[in-house]
Ligand binder design. Structure first.
Ligand SMILES: [Zn+2]
Length: 178
C-alpha cells in the first residue's frame, strides 16, 4: 500500500478534540487505484476527525471533478464530485467493519483512508451519466446504438468477451491483490 502512504491517518496519536486534514486526488491517485472508469481527476478532500473518549468521528468532504466515460458515446465526460461521508472508528480486539463504524485492533496506529475516500468519490457517479444534449461524440453514439440494436439476444457464446471487459479485469486485479 506504499502508493497510498500519504493517506495513513495517525489515528492513535491524535489528542482529544477536532483535527483537520486535507488531501488532493490527482490523476495518479485514480491510476494507482486501478480505476477502470476514472481517466483523470482533480478532487480536494477535507477530513475532520473528532476524537471523543475512545471514538473517532471522521467526516470526509470531497469536491472536484473527475473524467469518466459517457454512457452514450464513451468519450470522457466531466463529472462534478461534491459529497460528504461520515463514519466512526474505535479501537477493539480485532478488525471489524460495520456500516458506519470500523473497529481497529490496538496494534494499528494508523488508519489508511484511501479506500474510504475512493469509495466516497465513486458513489457520486450516477448509474446513468451522459454528456449534455448535443455534446456527445455523434458518430460513436450512432455506432454504439446500431451495435446494441443488432446484438444477438442469445449471448451464450459471449462468455469469452467478459474476460476482455476492462472493468472486469480491474476487479479481478483488485481481488487477486488481496
Ligand atoms: Zn457522450
Amino acid at each position: 500500500m506504499e502508493k497510498f502512504d500519504e493517506f495513513d491517518l495517525p489515528l492513535k496519536g491524535l489528542p482529544a478534540g477536532t483535527q483537520d486534514f486535507s488531501y488532493h486526488l490527482g490523476d495518479d491517485f485514480f491510476r494507482n487505484m486501478e480505476s477502470a472508469d476514472v481517466s483523470a481527476g482533480d478532487v480536494n478532500v477535507a477530513l475532520s476527525v473528532n476524537h471523543v473518549g475512545d471514538i473517532y468521528e471522521l467526516c470526509f468532504t470531497v469536491s472536484g471533478v473527475i473524467s469518466i466515460p459517457c454512457d452514450r458515446c464513451l468519450d470522457p465526460m466531466q463529472h462534478h464530485v461534491d459529497a460528504t461521508y461520515a463514519m466512526s472508528v474505535k479501537y477493539g480486539d480485532e478488525y471489524a467493519e460495520g456500516d458506519d463504524q470500523t473497529v481497529l485492533p490496538h496494534s494499528m496506529a494508523t488508519f489508511n483512508v484511501a479506500n474510504v475516500i475512493y469509495d466516497t468519490v465513486m458513489l457520486t457517479i450516477p448509474i446513468m451519466h451522459v454528456h449534455p444534449d448535443g455534446e456527445c461524440n455523434e458518430e460513436m453514439s450512432r455506432l454504439l446504438a446500431q451495435h446494441s440494436a443488432g446484438a444477438p439476444a442469445d449471448d451464450e457464446d459471449d462468455d469469452s468477451d467478459k474476460e476482455c471487459d476492462p472493468r472486469w479485469e480491474a476487479l479481478k486485479r483488485l481481488t487477486d491483490n488481496n
